[in-house]
Design a protein around this ligand. Structure first.
Ligand code: A3P
Length: 272
C-alpha cells in the first residue's frame, strides 16, 4: 500500500514533497480560490496552483503521482490543495480517509441560490448557447418543480454531501468557512482557518484592502509590500438577473436543507 509515503522521498537538504495535510474540498463557486490564495500568504503554508483532481479523476495514478503534484515544502510547513469537486463526488471521503484519517478538511459554503447562479454564469460564459437558467433549474416552467438532477442545483444541497463525509470524518475535523463573510471580513475568517490548522495567526488586516471597483478584497503577498493583487476577472463575474419568483422558489427549496446545515455545523450562515 501507499500509506508509508506520506513524508516522501528526500529531494536534498530539507526540502521534500508531502501529501496534503489539509484539503479545501468545496464548494464550487464558494470562494475556494480566494481562500487558497489567502492561505498561501502564510509562510508555513505551501499550496498547489492548479486543482490536482486526484481523488475524483486521477486516483488510479496512485499516491506517488499525487505527492509529485504537491509543492516542495520544508519540515513544519503545511501542504494544502483545493479541488472543489471532491465535496460532491461519490467515494472521495473514503479515499481521503485511506490516504490519512488525519487530513483536515475545509469547506467554503455560500448561499446555495447565489452559488447556483454563479455556477450558471460560469457555464454561460464558457458555452454561450446554453439554455436559460429557468429552463434548466425547473422540471417544467409552469409547476416550477426544482430539477434536483441538474448538478448546479444538486451541489447546493450541502447536507446530502456532508453526511457522506461524516461517515469517515468527525465534524471537528471539518472547518466551515462562510463564503459571504470571506468577502466581508477576510481577516476574521482567516483567523478561524489559521486556528483550525494550528498556524500562528499571521494573515491579518494588513494583508487586505477592499477594492471598490472590483467589489472584493485584494491582498498583498508581503505585509510590508505596497502592491495589492486581486483575483482574475473570472472571479467576481456578473450574474444574470433572475425574477423574484424564481429566486423565491429556489430559496424555499433550499431552506430545509440549509436548516440542517446550520444545525450540524452550529453556525447560522444567514442565507434567508
Ligand atoms: P462570483 O464570480 O459568482 O462572484 P471559486 O473560487 O470557488 O470558484 O469562487 C468564486 C467566487 O469567489 C466568486 O464568485 C466571488 O464571489 C468569490 N470571492 C471571494 N473572495 C473573492 C475575491 N477576493 N475576489 C474575487 N472573488 C472572490
Amino acid at each position: 500500500n501507499n500509506y508509508g509515503i506520506n513524508k516522501g522521498s528526500n529531494m536534498g537538504s530539507n526540502v521534500t514533497r508531502s501529501l496534503p495535510d489539509a484539503i479545501i474540498i468545496g464548494v464550487k463557486k464558494g470562494g475556494t480560490r480566494a481562500l487558497l490564495e489567502y492561505l498561501r500568504l502564510h509562510p508555513k503554508v505551501r499550496a498547489t496552483g492548479p486543482e490536482p483532481h486526484f481523488f475524483d479523476r486521477n486516483y488510479e495514478k496512485g499516491f506517488e503521482w499525487y505527492r509529485q503534484h504537491m509543492p516542495a515544502s520544508t519540515k513544519g510547513q503545511l501542504t494544502i490543495e483545493k479541488t472543489p469537486s471532491y465535496f460532491v463526488t461519490n467515494g472521495v471521503p473514503e479515499k481521503v480517509y485511506k490516504m490519512s484519517k488525519k487530513t483536515k478538511l475545509i469547506i467554503v459554503l455560500r448561499d446555495p441560490v447565489t452559488r447556483a447562479i454563479s455556477d450558471y454564469a460560469q457555464l454561460a460564459s464558457r458555452r454561450p448557447s446554453v439554455k436559460t437558467f429557468e429552463e434548466l433549474a425547473f422540471i417544467d416552467n409552469r409547476t416550477k418543480i426544482v430539477d434536483t438532477s441538474w448538478p448546479i442545483i444538486k451541489i447546493g444541497i450541502y447536507i446530502q454531501h456532508l453526511v457522506k463525509w461524516l461517515e469517515y470524518f468527525p465534524i471537528g475535523q471539518i472547518h466551515f468557512v462562510s463564503g459571504e463573510n470571506l468577502i466581508k471580513e477576510p481577516t476574521y475568517e482567516m483567523k478561524l482557518v489559521q486556528e483550525f490548522l494550528g498556524l500562528e495567526p499571521m494573515i491579518n488586516d494588513s494583508y487586505f484592502s477592499f477594492n471598490n471597483t472590483k467589489g472584493f478584497p485584494c491582498f498583498k503577498k508581503q505585509p510590508n509590500s505596497s502592491r495589492f493583487q486581486c483575483l482574475n476577472r473570472d472571479k467576481g463575474r456578473l450574474h444574470p438577473d433572475l425574477s423574484h419568483s424564481v429566486i423565491k422558489r429556489l430559496r424555499d427549496f433550499y431552506r430545509p436543507f440549509n436548516a440542517r446545515i446550520y444545525q450540524i455545523t452550529g453556525h447560522n450562515f444567514g442565507w434567508t
